[in-house]
Design a protein around this ligand. Sequence first.
Ligand code: 6GU
Length: 262
Amino acid sequence: MDYIVVTIFPEMFSPFWDHGIVGRAIKEGKITAGAVTPRDFTEDRHRTTDDRPFGGGMGMVMKPEPLAGTIRFAKSRLPEAQSILLTPQGRPFDQQMAVSLASLGALILVCGRYEGVDERVGESLIDLEVSVGDYVLTGGELAAMIVMDAVTRLVPGTLGGEGSAQEDSFSNGLLEYAQYTRPRIFEGQKVPEVLCSGNHKAIEAWRRENALIRTFLKRRDLLIKRGLKPEERKILQKWYRDIEQLLKDQPLSGSDPLPGGQ
Ligand code: 6GU
């Protein structure tokens, strides 16, 4: 995978490209990454990349000529690349989009700044607009890093543990199961016994059940979107019956103090 980022803050990317899984992927040649800046494609003495909006209003707009020049330069370096504009107006980024972008060979990630980008740049030079969530950032740089991070770990050979990308949250539509490491008792809380049993079948069953129940409790929207397999329906039904039984066995005493002493 080859990336070129178009940004007026190329320095923001050095720490990201120098560390962790992404840093290692670059060192090992699994991906390449570079930044180009519209400042180098300006013609005026002040190297101006923004200007006031036509029609008035607050903030500044990224000028079309330097941005278009930069994107064209990036395309000359990566002729096969898809060009993506990071903007809150874009299509919501999710794991499925990460998987489909990872199957491409090259991406040009264009970071908007200020209050926006001159609309005419998008019309001719952008293949896809992407947003990383329903909130507003001061620029597309962090969003570009999010996209590169999520895509890079799907490039074969970039993750340490084989199969890690297949097992993780969302790849099967569920959240990940709970993880534990030593010590076996931490501040009075025990690691679930089955995980220390060495019984791989039982461990796998516990993890499947844990992932399902966690998703039900924390992200019911994901389960609804994805639907339930017959065996998962059974797991949730059993869990439901267990809770019903517990409630029958433990009638309200009325004497328990509420947390906070009220
Ligand atoms: Cl891609 N850019 C900006 N500026 N804000 C965002 C975003 C992108 N995604 C969510 N908020």
